[in-house]
Each structure stands twice: as structure tokens, then as C-alpha cells.
Design a protein around this ligand. Structure first.
Ligand SMILES: Cc1ncc(COP(=O)(O)O)c(C=O)c1O
Length: 442
């Protein structure tokens, strides 16, 4: 690739990337080794709260493996809660980031823009669900959701209310914490607008679809006039990678459309990880959808929307729209996902899902009662350990971490183990190694 900085830059970059590759191969023999306990004490003191894991990364890694600051290596199945699908130290992404970081601005905003901003929007929209032809970039997933909330309220005449699913998670800002179905995440916070919950799909109940459709009818009959949008995770993330079939969603979306309630899909968590770029496409639901929000894998966030919903001036803006390097890397990630056989029934994510499910099924038959309730799709797979108590699940995760495997949990009594699979880099051997650790911890 040519550089605006000339051949010296290209030569220097090549040298840097070769040096990184050699250091990765050798396992970073020259990297400093910190006193982890001391560093984590400092972190907790500065932040005011200890971290969940005894994890302080060194900034060095190779594929699915991250090197901790004290020199230990962990197999990373948390991925910063679903962000690093291409693992640690990916040379393609590092090269993209260096090129962008060498440009004149670290951060971009909403007043003047550099070319990475337009490039990212173009790439996103080129692969967006049909009908979504506008894009607004932002920083966190919750930022994108806040933008969507304001936009949809404005386009629905200022209606304040939201319909959401039981168990949903939509972010940590004040408004998102009000919608998120976790009262324990908003202790001490006021309720400022109405949120009406309908039950998510229950695979154990044949009446589940009918029951939720009836609950939706009831909410719309009673409160529909004050509802702006129905906010949906098509695969619930925080609740434990819970899936539902297309047939479950369609009657709900049809009711919303008939009542003038916008359909808003929160794909912050699912974007790029569900065997298609968008879960909306996987479930063939684009025709019903007004807004989709994405984040995490994108290395930033975005709201995708229909052009007729464009916000009035002044409604949405802010100093930052993203870091230049993050925008370039986000764009490269989409290019890699759509260009390197990740999606579809034969794609890498589906194959990884099938292998992971096979491992889980074997564990479940070898250890009856200890592994159950396998759910999820693509690079998001979950299972229950034992009776699914929150404390037992957290203990299990801590044990796995002490043996070199970083996992995370989801749900709440029952809780589950969530596998955030680094589908971009994980090998079959590494998956088997991870399951060896999981089995040893059961
Ligand atoms: C479905 C969903 N929406 C929104 C968010 C919030 O994203 P962020 O943490 O980037 O603000 C998350 C984060 O986990 C999420 O899973």
C-alpha cells in the first residue's frame, strides 16, 4: 500500500510489523514483568473498585492469547465483552491502526471530518440491512442507543415510552439503565419515563410466542399512544446469549408497525458475531426495522436508520465521533468479516459454533447435570454450570481464569457461562485446549 508519508514511512512500517511478528513468535522475551498484585491494588485504588478478574494486560498478545502484565498467558474467551473477534496482536489490524494513527488527528468529531469517517460509514452501509441507508457514528454502544432513543422519540411526536424485553440489556447511561431490565444496575436512580416489558422467548414453553404476542397486544391497547419504539436484542447478550426464532419476532413487529411504534434492533452485541454481519439479516427481518444500533466489534458505535427518520439539526452531535485508528480498524474488520468467509452456513462462525456445541455436548454426557442449557449462535455460545447459581458460576469462571482461560458469565439466577469466541483467530487445537480447562474446572 502507498503512503502519503512516502517510501521511508512504508519501510519503517514494514520493519515495525516484522519486529512485532518476531516478538510474538518468541513470546515477547524482552517484555517487562510487573508485580501483578501491586499493579492491581493500584488500579483498584485509583478507580475506587477492584476489577472482576486479576487481569492487567501487557498490551502484547498473539491470536487468541493475551500476555498479562506479569508474563502469564491466558486464552481469551471474553474479548473485552465481544470486541476483539480477531484476537490479540492481529498484524493486519495493527498495520491499519498505525497508518491511521500516523494521520493528523487522534480523535474525530461531529464538526469537521477526516476521510476515515466517511470510509467507515460507506462500508457499514454497503452491508447494512435493506432500507437502512443513513448512519451516525458515535463512541460507545450506549451512545448509539441514546442517539436512537432521541431520534425515534422526535419522529414519534415526543412519545416518551419504550417497550422492551424482560432480561434486556442496553447500556449504562441513565436512559439505557432505565430500559435495561436490571433494577440492581440502577440503584438510587430515578425513573423518568415509562418502560413496558414483554417476555422474551422461552424455548421450554410451546406457548411462548403466543404469550408474548398477547402481552404486546395488551401493552399497545393500554399504553400504545405513549410508546415511541420497541427496542429489541434479537439474541439477548447480557441475559446469557438467548436466541429466539424469526416466528417469535414477526407478530410483535407487525403489531408495532400497525400501532405506529418504531422497531429498533440493538445489535451492539450481535454485530458480526451471529453467522451473518447482522442478526436482522440472519432472521430476515429487515422489512420491519426502522433503526439498528451496532458497536463493540466496530471499535466504536453507529446508529443505522431509514433516511426519512433523519434527525432535526441540533438533536444529535457531540465533540467526539471516534478515534481515527478505531474508525480505520472498524472498517477493516468489516472488510475482513465479509471478505474472509466468516458468514453463512459454511462460514467460519457457523463451523466454530458446531465444534463448540460438539465439545459441550460431550462434556454434558461425560458429566451429567454439570453442563446444560446450551444456547447462542456463531461466536456467542453459552451454557449453564451445575444449578446455574450466580455464585457457583462466578466461582467456576475464577477457577478457569486461574488455569489460563478467561470466560465470562451472563444471566442472573440462573446464570450461565458465556463464551465470547475469537472466531477470527481461534484454532481447533486452542478450542480443545479451552475445553480441557473447562472440564478440569467442573
Ligand atoms: C445489547 C447491548 N446494547 C448496548 C450495550 C452497551 O454498549 P457499551 O458498553 O459500548 O456502551 C451493550 C454492551 O454490552 C450490549 O450488549
Amino acid at each position: 500500500m502507498s503512503s502519503p508519508f512516502g517510501p521511508d514511512f512504508e519501510r519503517g512500517l514494514r520493519l515495525m510489523l516484522d519486529a512485532i511478528a518476531r516478538a510474538q513468535q518468541a513470546g515477547f522475551p524482552d517484555a517487562p514483568v510487573l508485580d501483578m498484585a501491586g499493579a492491581l491494588r493500584k488500579l483498584a485504588e485509583l478507580r475506587g473498585r477492584a476489577p472482576f478478574f486479576d487481569y492487567l494486560g501487557s498490551g502484547m498478545g498473539r491470536g487468541a492469547w493475551a500476555r498479562l502484565a506479569d508474563g502469564r498467558w491466558v486464552l481469551d474467551f471474553t474479548l473485552g465483552i465481544g470486541v476483539h473477534l480477531f484476537g490479540h496482536g492481529n498484524l493486519d489490524l495493527i498495520e491499519t491502526a498505525i497508518r491511521a494513527a500516523a494521520s493528523d488527528l487522534a480523535m474525530q468529531g461531529n464538526l469537521i471530518f477526516n476521510t476515515e469517517y466517511v470510509g467507515l460509514m460507506e462500508t457499514l452501509l454497503a452491508h447494512a440491512p435493506a432500507g437502512l441507508d443513513r448512519c451516525w457514528l458515535s463512541l460507545s454502544g450506549a451512545d448509539a442507543n441514546e442517539n436512537a432513543l432521541k431520534l425515534l422519540r422526535q419522529r414519534r411526536g415526543g412519545r416518551p415510552g419504550i417497550i422492551a424485553f424482560r432480561g434486556c440489556f442496553h447500556g449504562r447511561t441513565s436512559a439505557m439503565a432505565e430500559i435495561t431490565d436490571r433494577p440492581d444496575y440502577r440503584l438510587g436512580q430515578p425513573r423518568t419515563f415509562p418502560v413496558y416489558y414483554v417476555p422474551f422467548h422461552d424455548p421450554g414453553d410451546p406457548q411462548s410466542t403466543a404469550k408474548t404476542a398477547a402481552a404486546m397486544r395488551d401493552v399497545i391497547a393500554r399504553e400504545g399512544d405513549c410508546v415511541a419504539a420497541f427496542m429489541v436484542e434479537l439474541v439477548q447478550g447480557e441475559a446469557g446469549f438467548r436466541t429466539a426464532p424469526r416466528e417469535f419476532f414477526v407478530p410483535l413487529f407487525e403489531q408495532c408497525r400497525a400501532a405506529g411504534i418504531a422497531v429498533w434492533i440493538d445489535e451492539i452485541q450481535t454485530f458480526g458475531r451471529v453467522t451473518e454481519l447482522f442478526a436482522t439479516e440472519l432472521l430476515d427481518l429487515a422489512q420491519y426495522v426502522d433503526v439498528v444500533t451496532v458497536g463493540k466489534l466496530l471499535q466504536g458505535s453507529a446508529m443505522l436508520y431509514r433516511h426519512e427518520l433523519a434527525p432535526d439539526p441540533g438533536l444529535i452531535s457531540g465533540t467526539f465521533s471516534g478515534a481515527t485508528a478505531a474508525m480505520a480498524v472498524g472498517r477493516r474488520i468489516i472488510e475482513k468479516l465479509v471478505g474472509e468467509n466468516f458468514f453463512g452456513p459454511q462460514g467460519r462462525e457457523k463451523q466454530l459454533e458446531l465444534m463448540t456445541r460438539r465439545h459441550l455436548a460431550e462434556l454434558s454426557s461425560r458429566h451429567p447435570g454439570k453442563v446444560s442449557h446450551i444456547d447462542g449462535i456463531g461466536a456467542m455460545i453459552s451454557f449453564r454450570v451445575g444449578d446455574g447459581s450466580l455464585s457457583g458460576t462466578r466461582e467456576f469462571i475464577k477457577r478457569a481464569f486461574s488455569r489460563g482461560l478467561a470466560l465470562y458469565y451472563g444471566g442472573h439466577e440462573p446464570a450461565c457461562v458465556r463464551l465470547f469466541l475469537p472466531a477470527g483467530v481461534l484454532t481447533e487445537g486452542e478450542l480443545a485446549e479451552a475445553f480441557g480447562i473447562i472440564e478440569s474446572c467442573l
